[in-house]
Design a protein around this ligand. Structure first.
Ligand code: DGL
Length: 272
């Protein structure tokens, strides 16, 4: 047994999709979530910068919050930094790319899987590398969707504008070849209605959240790190941006577990 919390981070609200799955699957575990809303979006940033941010956040989770494990609940950060984080920190570090791919491969019947993500994730080739490592036979068709994350961060998940953008960005993936679409950005499940509508009802949408939660449970079971059962779980949420807005929007997206957001200031930390 290990009663320390699990650390989870993302550039903003997207990682809350993974938090939802973790709370539902592992209700005894306590989470510390960091949403780097002051520096989102990560997608257009150079990989070296995303790596630096990811290391900074992981260091805070490990050193200040004494987490027993870190879930990189952001595809862009996982694509840029997962290997470095695993080399540098001693706690288990889990990403969202492999779990998402496994879930998509299971869902596809014709072996043609579309993957959508940020420019950083798609241009990194991380999905193709992970598919190779998993010896997946599915054929991947990848497309970047710049702008989706910004809509979610503004709380605009089903406006006409997001629909028009989705029609444009998803057009290379439409036309019947792809029977499964992997939402390779943790923000995208909040746009699932729009994306599903544009892709057509015969295309199955897959998010990495549930499969990632199963991976976390497997690691907890394999290492004996799970929390003693029966005590109430208290989660903490930090935002580098406007904490009032984070709490309000976050509660709408995640649910009642997010009632308070606490501030975290990377600029002040960097210069302190
Ligand atoms: N949720 C992040 C991801 O999965 C969004 C990255 C961004 O801030 O652009 O990639």
């Amino acid at each position: 047994m290990d009663d320390r919390p699990i650390g989870v981070f993302d550039s903003g609200f997207g990682g809350l999709t993974v938090v939802r799955a973790l709370i539902d699957l592992l209700p005894d575990e306590q989470l510390v979530y960091i949403g780097d809303t002051a520096r989102y979006p990560y997608g257009p940033r150079p990989p070296a910068e995303v790596r630096l941010f990811s290391e900074q956040i992981t260091e805070i989770l490990v050193e200040q919050h004494d987490v027993k494990m870190v879930v990189v609940a952001c595809n862009t950060a996982a694509a840029a930094a997962l290997d470095d984080l695993r080399a540098r920190f001693r706690v288990p570090i889990l990403g969202v790319i492999e779990p998402g791919l496994r879930a998509a491969a299971k869902a596809s019947r014709n072996g043609r899987v579309g993957v959508i993500g940020t420019v950083g994730t798609i241009s990194s080739g991380a999905y193709q590398r992970a598919a190779g490592a998993l010896r997946m036979s599915a054929e991947l068709q990848c497309a970047a969707c710049p702008g989706f994350v910004e809509f979610v961060e503004r709380g605009e998940v089903d406006s006409d504008q997001v629909y028009v953008l989705a029609e444009r960005l998803l057009s290379p993936l439409r036309g019947g070849e792809v029977d499964t679409l992997l939402l390779g950005c943790t923000h995208y499940p909040y746009l699932a209605r729009t994306i599903g509508d544009v892709m057509g009802r015969e295309v199955v949408l897959v998010s990495s959240a549930e499969e990632t939660a199963f991976d976390v449970r497997s690691v907890l079971q394999a290492t004996g790190l799970h929390r003693s059962p029966g005590q109430p779980a208290h989660h903490r949420f930090f935002s580098s941006g406007d904490v009032g807005l984070f709490a309000e929007m976050g509660r709408r997206l995640l649910g009642a577990e997010l009632s308070v957001a606490e501030p975290i200031d990377f600029c002040r930390r960097a210069s302190a």
